[in-house]
Design a protein around this ligand. Structure first.
Ligand SMILES: Nc1ncnc2c1ncn2[C@@H]1O[C@H](COP(=O)(O)OP(=O)(O)OP(=O)(O)O)[C@@H](O)[C@H]1O
Ligand SMILES: [Mg+2]
Length: 421
């Protein structure tokens, strides 16, 4: 079993190395095109057109290499700065953006060394197993033809059947060695490309700042929207009721001597209104930070939520501690939205929630066996989850093919603050 996996990895690496050789050969014409583009750049229209094509081709080639690296599990992220506004429309601005991006020049500087390293390592990775294969095939060829005009390994040329037989073990050894070495050569080539094609530390930092700026803006927007909602809820709900309580009591005051029965009735109405206002205030508080969350933590609050649903929902949780309050609250509301979607849209018979914390990341999954076809474009709830979690560097992934099932996965990097008592 193990040897099967090992040889499969070897064969894949050899095939990939063949592709590496072909791609590496492309580097040279791409480099030539870039140089031509640069040389002609002062020429008014032609220069710009050539340079635009050249930069697109360079980026395409570098992109192919990143994808090719991904096949051996080495992730090379895009290092480019984001385009300026209107870059799509204004071609001169777009070109300036590409040319002044240091990542473009790093792509270009990789083309030649990348071609050399790719060619050498790729050819070695392909040649060794190929030579091994020749050894394996030599015996049937000898037996078929009765003679071959060439040799193999230790015997050169082959003069008798015994030597032809001995080519077989030699071929097998070379083939095995080739399959063993090919993945190493592939990885070496990819790591070399990564030196040039991955973002530099400065670029990583720039991306991080951009990401933080976006998520901070989202967080501020979300806060502002939340404040507006609370303000509206207070204004239209409890505040309106308290105003009416005040007016009813005032009326009762005026009536108390003249018509005590009517005054008593008004006071009863006022009491009812004040009870309703209290209920509304409780609901509002629950919407800001549900008491059950404060008392029982995420797991308890999600269990309570699941129990209140019409669909049978199993909750599995492995959380050996408490989360920080803001993260806990964000996750709770995200789970609440996903579960609300499940009961509103999915027509599911059963649903499940899993919560666990692994290597500094909180992983929450919400799934149902309903009709599927969830689409963040059709509402505000799912995008709201993404924005809510984004403020904590978290992410949401959605899988919901038509016919179901729907699975929402949330990941938020966070620490468990204190162990549960
Ligand atoms: N679990 C689910 N199963 C099937 N469809 C779903 C599910 N969750 C969401 N959807 C679909 O995806 C759409 C988008 O969901 P989203 O939560 O963003 O919006 P919404 O629930 O329609 O409205 P709101 O903005 O009030 O949340 C829904 O309109 C619904 O059609
Ligand atoms: Mg929704």
């Amino acid at each position: 079993m193990k040897s099967q996996a090992w040889s499969r990895a070897g064969v894949t690496a050899v095939v990939d190395s063949l592709l590496t050789v072909l791609l590496a050969m492309l580097n040279i014409p791409v480099l030539v095109l870039w140089v031509i583009g640069l040389l002609f750049s002062p020429v008014p229209v032609l220069g710009m057109a050539l340079l635009t094509v050249a930069t697109v081709v360079v980026r395409w080639r570098a992109g192919r290499e990143r994808v090719h690296a991904g096949r051996v599990g080495v992730l090379i992220r895009q290092p480019y700065s984001p385009p300026p506004a209107n870059a799509e429309i204004d071609s001169r601005r777009r070109l300036t953006w590409i040319i002044t991006d240091p990542a473009t020049w790093r792509d270009v500087s990789w083309l030649l060394p990348g071609a050399l390293v790719g060619l050498v390592l790729g050819l070695i990775a392909v040649a060794i197993p190929l030579y091994g294969l020749c050894g394996v095939l030599l015996l049937p060829l000898w037996l078929f033809l009765g003679d071959v005009p060439f040799g193999y390994g230790l015997f050169w040329p082959i003069t008798n059947t015994a030597e032809a037989w001995l080519a077989l073990p030699q071929g097998l050894v070379v083939l095995a060695a080739g399959l063993a070495v090919a993945p190493l050569l592939r990885t070496t080539d990819v790591l070399f490309a990564r030196l040039f094609l991955a973002p530099t530390a400065a670029a990583e930092l720039r991306f991080r700042v951009q990401h933080l700026t976006t998520t901070r803006a989202d967080a501020i927007d979300a806060q502002a929207a939340e404040l507006r909602r609370i303000e509206r809820d207070l204004h239209d709900g409890a505040q309106a009721r308290l105003v009416s309580v005040g007016m009813t009591i005032g009326l009762a005051e005026r009536l108390v001597r003249r018509d005590p029965t009517a005054a008593l009735q008004l006071l009863a109405e006022a009491r009812e209104s004040s009870t309703a206002a209290l209920v509304e205030l409780r609901h509002l508080v629950r919407g800001i930070h549900p008491p059950v969350l404060a008392e029982r933590g995420l797991e308890g609050a999600v269990r309570a939520l699941a129990m209140s649903l019409p669909v049978r929902t199993a909750v599995t949780s492995e959380l050996p501690g408490r989360l920080d309050t803001p993260v806990e609250s964000a996750i709770y509301f995200a789970v609440a939205e996903a579960l609300a979607n499940m009961s509103r849209h999915s027509r599911a018979r059963t649903a499940w929630v899993t919560i666990r914390h692994d290597q500094g990341v909180l992983l929450v999954g919400i799934g149902d066996d309903g009709v599927g076809g969830a689409d963040p474009e059709r509402g505000t709830g799912l995008t709201g989850i993404t924005r809510r979690l984004g403020a904590f560097d978290g992410t949401m992934a959605l899988s919901s093919p038509r016919g179901g099932p729907t699975v929402v996965t949330m990941e938020v990097p966070c620490v468990l603050s204190s162990p549960r008592i």
